[in-house]
Design a protein around this ligand. Structure first.
Ligand code: FAD
Ligand code: EPU
Length: 333
């Protein structure tokens, strides 16, 4: 089996950090993966799974094996008048899948248009945007245990999805490689315009999923940096979720603070960071995006450590001012 030694990961992470992996292997199918896991050279190596590298910050070279998942395929497994169940290879590009579903007039994931990365990474943090999350259409996934090589099926409840969270970020972190994801979409027109900015951008509700996709793409292009041009990994931190009393105290001091009412209260980290004047802040090699305070950008060959240091300064200043401890959304390696 051809395993690459000392592979640069520069083109495999959207932060555009120049690191390398001791060992690197692209996987196209499950048989290849099983063979790789049986290979004597890799059995004792530390392993990590890499999709599109759009939610990762490498702060050092990876001393182990990087498995780059390229398992492809979109298949209809069952359908009736109302619904369609699809099986998707984890190495498919997420946004290509969304484009495929809207082209077929299926409904369910159009609000998740233009999120970078692979289908296999979508369950890891239960990707979300504009009032939708992966869990809304998710049925099950197949994954291979990197230790035992067993294939396991995870149903929705097994995955313990939460806001930017799942079991794969907790107890089962780095334990499985997801190989296929099953989604249930609807054929009946049903669009989700619950998110305020969507309502504000829409003149009629007589829209197809493809129309919603176009609107979302326009909104995202107006505020988020294109990772092909500017190194970034989207929101660096999660939006903090506060207990009501803590929120009330904050609201008393800052009556204009935006929030999303749930049982607890989610406040936009971007607002907290902007309030502390980080928006547009520039260091030698990296900075905070001028159009969105939650996005750290690499605009001059930054190292992962330089980006991490900037993130820590932001986190510390938010804590000092608001007594809120931000949690990283990006996986730091
Ligand atoms: P990677 O970065 O390669 O990996 C992320 C994590 O998943 C790692 O821990 C990795 O080991 C693990 N992993 C990846 N593939 C597998 C697999 N097959 N099996 C097991 N583990 C795996 N996210 C949102 O939720 N909503 C957004 O609106 C959003 N907008 C973004 C906008 C921009 C401009 C950017 C750059 C990022 C954005 N993101 C957003 C974050 C990111 O796109 C998602 O988290 C995406 O799902 C990451 O996919 P990936 O393939 O690049 O994962
Ligand atoms: N805001 C500011 N200043 C800023 C940016 C935002 O004050 O510089 C405030 C504004 O009040 C704005 C509010 O924050 O109305 C929300 O901003 P936005 O609509 O851009 O959304 P977000 O909360 O910053 C979240 C997700 C995004 C997702 C969008 C749309 C998180 C951590 N981020 O961002 O996901 O695309 O909502 O649903 O939940 C990602 O996860 O990487 C990501 C980009």
């Amino acid at each position: 089996m051809n395993i690459i030694n000392s592979q640069s990961l520069l083109d495999y992470n959207t932060f555009k950090v120049d690191v390398s992996a001791d060992l690197f292997k692209i996987i196209d199918n499950e048989e290849q993966l099983q063979k790789l896991l049986e290979d004597k050279r890799v059995s004792k190596q530390k392993k990590m799974i890499l999709g599109g590298g759009s939610n990762i910050l490498f702060t050092k070279n990876f001393n182990g094996l990087v498995i780059h998942n390229k398992i492809r395929g979109i298949q209809i497994v069952s359908e009736n008048k109302e619904n369609v169940k699809i099986k998707v290879g984890a190495g498919e590009v997420w946004d290509d899948l969304v484009a495929w579903t809207t082209k077929h007039n299926y409904y369910g994931i159009e609000n998740l248009s233009l999120i970078p990365g692979s289908v296999g990474a979508a369950p890891i943090q239960n990707i979300g945007a504009y009032g939708s999350e992966l869990k809304d259409t998710f049925q099950q996934l197949e994954a291979i245990d990197l230790k035992t090589k067993d294939k396991i099926i995870f149903n929705k409840s097994d995955c313990r999805f939460g806001y930017r969270d799942s079991i794969f970020k907790k107890e089962l972190k780095n334990r499985f490689i997801i190989t296929n994801v099953y989604l249930k979409l609807t054929k009946i027109k049903s669009i989700n315009l619950s998110y305020k900015i969507l309502k504000d951008n829409i003149a009629t509700t007589n829209l197809k999923s493809e129309d919603v996709r176009k609107i979302i793409i326009n909104i995202r292009n107006s505020k988020l940096p294109n990772p092909k041009k500017i190194g970034n990994a989207g929101s660096f931190f999660k939006n903090p979720i506060l207990e009501k009393p803590q929120f009330k105290t904050l609201q008393k001091k800052y009556p204009e603070i935006p929030f999303f009412e749930e049982s607890k209260i989610k406040v936009p980290a971007g607002w907290l960071i902007e309030k502390l004047n980080w928006k547009g802040h520039q260091e030698k090699t990296c900075g905070v995006y001028a159009k969105h305070a939650l996005i750290i950008i690499n605009n001059n060959n930054a190292t992962g450590l330089e980006i991490k240091n900037l993130a820590e300064k932001i986190k510390e200043s938010v804590y000092q001012k608001f007594n809120i401890l931000l949690e990283e959304e990006v996986t730091i390696i």
